[in-house]
Design a protein around this ligand. Structure first.
Ligand SMILES: Nc1ncnc2c1ncn2[C@@H]1O[C@H](COP(=O)(O)OP(=O)(O)O)[C@@H](O)[C@H]1O
Ligand SMILES: [Mg+2]
Length: 249
């Protein structure tokens, strides 16, 4: 089983919509996929039409009183399952284990069942995100093309080197790109030279992405041929290559 995390220090950049769309594309490609919605807001679950009230159970999971299998729900998308719930530091303390080994223990049984585990991370650097970053085979980082995003990326790189995580396979990609805006166009041009592992696919700012909300469906299921739909397909193809180590980096 491979693990892919959608991460950024910032909120509102497109981690959740990307996690949901990539999970739908992965499962459509034949991979049995589990999406773990780690954000207590439960947005990924919501986009997939799964009611999170019905799931919960993270406290019992952390304490070993239930198994992750009990908390997994099917989604309307074939081969795509979901587990929802953040693991706060309180849960982690209750487990009386360090975060990395707790996450390793919780996810260990999944490898029999799934080819791919995708984490939709909350923003910031809480303990659970640190554990995810330590475990993930690849980390995809949506970035809006602004100078502040570039700064945040650099702050994150410094954090990685402090935590001896510089070997992390980090793949930033541009999203919410509005080509009518000069700054966006400039950064789309300049960033590939600055960020070596920047993925080529760029996701445009598009109202069809927002329609995932009212439709409660991943974009590839209702608008695969739109520019945004094709951008997500290109993004998945690059990440699938990165996960199978067919690419350098
Ligand atoms: N490419 C895009 N075009 C238009 N709106 C987008 C795009 N990507 C994300 N959004 C919108 O931005 C908001 C934040 O996206 P979300 O995936 O929840 O971010 P995060 O998980 O990083 O907080 C959502 O309302 C979503 O619909
Ligand atoms: Mg989110």
């Amino acid at each position: 089983m491979k693990t892919l995390a959608l991460f950024n220090l910032k909120g509102g950049v497109g981690k959740t919509v990307s996690a949901v769309n990539l999970a739908a594309l992965a499962s459509a490609s034949g991979l049995k996929t589990l999406l773990w919605d780690l954000d207590p807001q439960g947005s990924a679950a919501w986009y997939l039409g799964v009611d999170t009230d019905e799931i919960g159970g993270m406290k019992r999971l952390a304490r070993g009183k239930t198994t992750i299998g009990e908390l997994i729900r099917q989604t309307g998308v074939s081969r795509l399952d979901l587990v929802a719930g953040g693991l706060s530091s309180l849960h982690l303390e209750a487990a009386q284990a360090d975060h990395a080994s707790l996450l390793a223990r919780l996810t260990e049984p999944l490898s029999e069942e799934y080819h791919l585990l995708i984490y939709d991370c909350p923003a910031g650097l809480q303990a659970i995100n640190e554990a995810v970053l330590g475990q993930a085979d690849a980390v995809a980082m949506p970035m809006i093309p602004t100078s502040l995003s570039v700064h945040t990326y650099e702050v994150f790189l410094r954090y990685l080197s402090k935590r001896r995580l510089s070997g992390l396979k980090l793949y930033p990609f541009l999203t919410q790109v509005d080509r009518r805006r000069r700054l966006h166009r400039d950064l789309v041009e300049a960033l590939p030279a600055q960020i070596q592992t920047l993925l080529e696919a760029t996701v445009p700012y598009a109202s069809v992405v927002e329609q995932m909300g009212p439709r409660r469906l991943p974009l590839p299921l209702f608008a695969p041929k739109t520019t945004a739909g094709q951008a997500y397909a290109a993004l998945w193809s690059e990440l699938a290559d990165a996960l199978s180590h067919r690419r350098p980096g």
